[in-house]
Design a protein around this ligand. Structure first.
Ligand SMILES: Cc1cc2nc3c(=O)[nH]c(=O)nc-3n(C[C@H](O)[C@H](O)[C@H](O)COP(=O)(O)OP(=O)(O)OC[C@H]3O[C@@H](n4cnc5c(N)ncnc54)[C@H](O)[C@@H]3O)c2cc1C
Ligand code: SF4
Ligand code: SF4
Length: 406
């Protein structure tokens, strides 16, 4: 394989400030202890404390189908469907079912468990953007795929290639509901090139792609790629680490999207339309590069200051510590000085194998990540910023890499 370079982790120049480490003894104790946590603990420790991202890991894992979820404005949170014990407790949980807490990538010492499962170790304090092997800048060689992609079209190129080479038989992705002018992001299944390309591009509202799992299984697919925001890409490794992995077994490949926030669906009406007169049915593309960029169907281009958009940040993102999709096989983002390339963080051996073969076959072009040091510096900066959103009152290991007050 000819992956151009390995971006060295190197010591962070500010590493004296970075004193938080992961307590591996405690991790081992948690791993060997009997797991007793059920919905009551999930509700109290994740949902009621606003750590819940809405990733829907608990929803898809529940063997009794008693966790509901509204994929709509003001929703994106799980809730209990049975009312015998009220919204805070679960009759199945009382009888010993613990699947929902095992599946939750915000419950307990989730990050260290996922790191340990994927990489065989916990992260070092300077691995502020997670454990990885290589950083590249890539783009699809096929002009059509590149054109439709949000940045370099890498995600779509990988999905198409992985289908053609029998790594996967479908992918859990995000589409726009109805005709594309709705700008309502919804989860769905892509099982061929056309469907993959129909899902290309980024929508900046939430889409819990994990929820498409049932549809994929019902359609007979058994080797799935999950494309998802950072929060979603932690779902399969956390499930595997905590032995709730049966439901996640079909997910054989995990593609994460770098992410610092998603916006509430209300932003279209309340900001873009009311203040700027930009109707969503006339929007053709959007991106975030320091500002919110919007392209209209009459060729007009608009920039909206991100500070103005902050009021519409979706609640589930406010405490999210994971910018760089730190538990994916490959994490993809759009930061860097070169537009139309995908910043590509290769984390696992599987990710390396796939990227290496694609480069060798000329399906993607790749450049060393360190040809754009600013992009890597920005990734670290944004990762640190996201990590510092994790509350000091919550699981302490998730603040790894951050300085502590003396
Ligand atoms: C909400 C959001 C926030 C992001 N924030 C950042 C950021 O702050 N910094 C950064 O560098 N990169 C960010 N990204 C990643 C970036 O926008 C691109 O997705 C990434 O660079 C891959 O580009 P591509 O051309 O390779 O992907 P493409 O080939 O265009 O494929 C994109 C894939 O993303 C999926 N997708 C699109 N929208 C969503 C959604 N809302 N939820 C789940 N899946 C979706 C599609 O189904 C498709 O499979 C964000 C992406 C999203 C969706
Ligand atoms: S973070 Fe995900 S798995 Fe955890 S409670 Fe929220 S939706 Fe469920
Ligand atoms: S910031 Fe992104 S990764 Fe984090 S909870 Fe929000 S959508 Fe998920």
């Amino acid at each position: 394989m000819r992956v151009p370079t390995r971006e060295p982790l190197g010591p962070d120049p500010r590493s004296k400030l970075h004193t938080m480490t992961v307590d591996t003894e405690r991790l081992n104790e948690v791993q060997s202890a009997r797991w007793r946590n059920q919905w009551a603990e999930l509700k109290a420790q994740v949902i009621d404390t606003d750590l819940c991202t809405g990733c829907a890991g608990c929803v898809i894992s529940c063997p009794h189908d008693v966790i509901g979820y509204h994929h709509d404005q003001g929703g994106y949170r799980p809730f209990h469907l049975e009312d015998e014990l009220g919204p805070d407790d679960c009759t199945h949980g009382q009888k010993g079912c613990t699947t929902c807490t095992r599946a939750c990538p915000r419950f307990g010492i989730w990050e260290a468990q996922a790191d340990d499962h994927l990489f065989g170790r916990v992260r070092e304090p300077d691995e502020i953007a997670g454990v990885y092997q290589d950083i590249l800048l890539t783009r699809a060689s096929d002009d059509h795929v590149h054109e439709l992609g949000q940045d370099g079209g890498l995600v779509s190129a990988i999905l198409i290639w992985a289908l053609e080479h029998d790594y996967i038989d479908a992918a859990l992705v995000s589409y726009l509901e109805g005709d594309t002018s709705s700008w309502k992001a919804i989860p769905g299944v892509a099982a061929n090139r056309d469907e993959i390309l129909a899902s290309a591009g980024s929508r900046y509202t939430y889409s819990a792609n994990t929820l498409a799992l049932d549809e994929a299984i019902e359609a007979g697919h058994s080797k799935l790629a999950l494309v998802g925001m950072s929060c979603q890409s932690s779902v399969p490794p956390v499930m595997w680490a905590r032995k709730a992995g049966k439901i996640a077994k079909p997910i054989v490949f995990n593609l994460g999207l770098l992410c610092s926030k998603t916006f509430d669906d209300a932003i279209f009406e309340e900001l873009f339309w009311t203040k700027y007169g930009l109707a969503k049915e006339h929007m053709v593309k959007m991106n975030i590069k320091g500002v919110f960029q919007i392209w209209m169907d009459d060729g007009a281009y608009h920039e909206i200051n991100l500070k103005e958009c902050h009021a519409w940040t979706r609640d589930g993102c406010n405490h999210c510590p994971d910018f760089a999709a730190e538990h994916a096989d490959i994490s993809c983002g759009g930061i860097g000085e070169n537009a139309n390339w995908t910043l590509t963080i290769v984390r696992t051996d599987l990710g390396r194998e796939i990227i290496g073969r694609m480069i060798d076959q000329g399906v993607i072009e790749a450049r060393p990540g360190d040809s754009d040091p600013g992009a890597i510096a920005l990734m670290r900066k944004l990762s640190e910023k996201s990590r510092s959103r994790w509350p000091t009152s919550a699981e302490v290991s998730v603040r790894v890499g951050l300085g502590q007050k003396p």
